[in-house]
Design a protein around this ligand. Sequence first.
Ligand code: FES
Ligand code: FE2
Length: 393
Amino acid sequence: MNAPQPSGLRWPAATNAVPKAIFDDPALFERELEAIFYGPEWHPVAVTGELPRKGDFKTIHVGRRPLLIVRGDDDQLRVFYNACAHRGTLLETRFCGNRPEFECPYHRWLFDDQGRLRGAPGRDDFSPSFSTDDFGLTQLRSADFGGLLFVTMSPAAPSLEQFLGRIGPALRTALGGDGRLGLLGYQKVVYDTNWKAYVDNDGYHPPLLHKAFKMLNWQGGAGTQYATERGHVVIEAELKLPDNPGFLRDPSLLEFRQAHRSKGSVAVVISPLTVITMHLDMINIRFAIPRAVGKTEVHYGYFHHLDDDPDMIRHRLRQAGNMLGPSGLVSIEDAAIFHRIQAGNRTPGNALFQKGVHDEHALWFDFKQNDEAGNMPRWEWYRKAMGFVRDEA
Ligand code: FES
Ligand SMILES: [Fe+2]
């Protein structure tokens, strides 16, 4: 007996199979926004070090909902809907900046950096029940873990620590240990791909897809991969530097200056959609926004540690922009693959994982570093979150 499926499709019995139809279904995308992005998950929205001063703000979206993050004059970070409390006009249009107050252009209602309504022209003529106390900006539940600020829109979300589970220590490492980070800059890109295809990455492909891995004879090194029931994934590995990167005009591009770190590469995927990598001396956080069923916007943020000297900051900046990101030496081919997955998955049938799959009807959480099977727990979490019922074997 097979239960009816939300989109009329069948979810295969095998744990290593995913129906291709879920990558290109506009109705399903709408349901994902409600169930996942506005549901009981936590979403990273900023590094606290991006907003170091009182009055600093940043805007971002979770799903289609615009958010405004502000450090108030009491030094607290708050996350609000970026919408005026009067009739809902988008309050702030810039990506980031510093201001003590936010004035809506429509009727000039004025909010302070704690979201309180401070002024509303013509209020003598407002309804009798009007009170400024009732018209502050809507604040969302937020929490900081290791310098990364998360938000959730659902009271049903567990505590952030529970949500993260066993990935906590690796996440702290990837965030520089103590989370005292400063922003180097962003690269932003929109991929013509579904958000699930974007995040469905693996350690199997790099030496096969990425030309630079071959040119550098970059073999990786010993490592581990593990996942959680919510679909978070951690891959930690040594990075064995190539012996002779002589073809590079500037071989310092490949220098690894933090000798105290035994793992040259730590990658953390926070389900549903955030990727954090610390490769060599790069600290890279990819905030991603599902814009439409076939469009995913990614903000590649690059960071330095606050204790870095100017030379280390220059080194991190040079490495960040040149190595990783949408035009990075070791990642530039990813964009083409994201687009091709979206195009190719408009065909019938299932997408199948193979590397590291030793049982097609089981689920497990520890993997070899180059297994693509590390994505399977996230697919199982997704299937349950969306109410798909697995076919019987
Ligand atoms: S909608 Fe903002 S002041 Fe009226
Ligand atoms: Fe890649």
